[in-house]
Ligand binder design. Structure first.
Ligand code: 9WO
Length: 257
């Protein structure tokens, strides 16, 4: 898998290539990252990548031409490397909401070209001409698209075959929200009593069925309290058993765990 990123701050991407699960997968050759700095394709003495907005107002807007040229360069290199036809993704609060389903689809693709805007935004003519998909992490504003691109790539890369070690991949099934449809249960490790608080008894019982039931109950109660929309979706998707429904009926009210 190959990712190309248009960014004024290429150093930010070492967060992914040099650390943790994504760093190890990168070292194993499971994915690669190629950064393109729009400043590098400018030809004026100031290497200008932004200008004042037509119509007035605060801040600056990214010029279309350095972005168009950078996308073209990335696409040409991808074609030559056999990774052509990738989507050109803009990270923006106006995009569709990114989720685990999109991450899973991205992880089985050849990759993507991410466009990371800065300043007040990007000239709309670049978006209309080059961008194929717009994704948002949520309803908030960042100072640039880089952290959004990092989040999307991290979510996809950890799903690549061979990215997780055996102990870690077991966890994937229970965590993957698109599979279970529920929030994760609480976790405990040593010591058995910490600050006077004991690990819940079922986890110490050694009975696999009891442990699984306790974890399922915790997930159901937490999901009902924090994300009742996910409970309704799981119900509609036929993912809840009679036992699950009983736990939900006996659970504390909305907002409580
Ligand atoms: C910012 C913005 C604010 C309100 C409505 C629409 C908007 N679009 C953008 C935008 O595209 N901004 C560019 C990228 C340039 C400024 C920094 N950018 C950005 C991306 N800020 N916040 C995001 C972002 C990305 C993904 N998920 C949440 C926010």
């Amino acid at each position: 898998m190959r990712f190309d990123v248009l960014t004024l701050f290429p150093a930010m991407f070492s967060a992914l290539t040099e650390h943790g699960v994504s760093g190890r997968a990168h070292a194993r050759g499971l994915w690669s990252l190629h950064a393109w700095n729009p400043r590098d394709v400018t030809e004026d003495v100031h290497r200008t990548v932004d200008d004042r907005p037509y119509g007035g107002g605060p801040g600056m807007v990214m010029l279309p031409d350095p972005l168009v040229k950078s996308v073209a360069a990335a696409q040409a290199e991808r074609e030559a490397a056999g990774h052509g036809g990738a989507p050109v993704i803009l990270l923006s609060p106006t995009g569709r909401r990114f989720d685990q389903r999109v991450a899973a689809e991205l992880s089985v693709s050849a990759g993507a070209i991410f466009v990371c805007g800065r300043y007040e935004g990007v000239d709309q003519r670049f978006i209309d001409a080059c961008v194929t998909d717009e994704w948002s992490l949520g309803d908030f504003v960042l100072s640039g698209g880089e952290i959004g691109a990092l989040a999307m790539m991290d979510a996809a890369v950890r799903l690549l075959p061979g990215a997780l070690n055996h102990g870690e991949s077991a966890r994937q099934d229970s965590f993957e929200p698109s599979l279970s449809g529920l929030l994760d249960c609480p976790h405990y490790t040593r010591p058995e009593v910490y600050a006077g608080v004991s690990v819940p008894e079922p986890l110490l019982s050694g009975h696999h069925a009891r442990i699984a039931r306790w974890r399922r109950d915790q997930s159901l109660r937490l999901t009902l309290a924090r994300r009742p929309d996910l409970i309704e979706a799981a119900r509609q998707g036929g993912l809840l058993t009679k036992d699950d429904e009983r736990v939900l009926r006996e659970a504390p009210g909305l907002g409580e765990v």
